[in-house]
Design a protein around this ligand. Structure first.
Ligand code: SME
Length: 149
């Protein structure tokens, strides 16, 4: 599944539309084609502020459009520069719930010229669905996104 999605990711990102429109299409591609991806979105650093701002996403609207560094899974990744795989969100103390249906989450940082400038965030309604394949695929996605930023 991830192997066949890679060329489609590249195709969308090299399109002619605005960066925002391409990222939105990419979120929709992932949400539609990966059964355990129920919410797919990008957060980016909000200028020079120590906070993340919601970018393009696919799924239910969220109230969490601004997340301070250190808060929630996303805010922790902004500081750690590491992938964060959460098999069970209920077991996390520092977690911001977006929907009661969410069981698991993965956040992978996005690097531009070595700087952590944002992240892709995926919520799943399936418990413990993420493997290293998700991590490698999402690292690939972010490296492709970095090329158009
Ligand atoms: N759950 C995230 C907040 C963002 S929503 O999942 C869209 C967190 O704990 O950082």
């Amino acid at each position: 599944m991830f192997k066949s999605l890679r060329p489609r990711v590249k195709e969308i990102l090299t399109g002619q539309e605005s960066v925002e429109a391409r990222l939105h299409q990419l979120c929709k591609l992932l949400k539609t084609n990966v059964p355990h991806y129920d919410w797919v979105g990008f957060y980016f650093r909000n200028g020079e502020k120590e906070e993340l701002k919601l970018g393009p996403y696919a799924g239910e609207p969220t109230d969490h459009t601004i997340i301070p560094f250190g808060k929630g899974i996303c805010g922790q990744v902004a500081l750690s520069n590491q992938n964060f795989v959460v098999p069970d969100v209920m077991a996390q103390d520092n977690y911001i719930a977006c929907s009661i249906t969410v069981k698991a989450e993965i956040v992978v940082p996005l690097f531009l010229k070595g700087q952590n400038v944002g992240q892709i965030d995926i919520d799943s309604n399936t418990p413990d669905p993420f493997t290293e394949e998700d991590e490698r695929f999402l690292e690939f996605v972010n490296s492709e996104v970095a090329k158009i930023l």
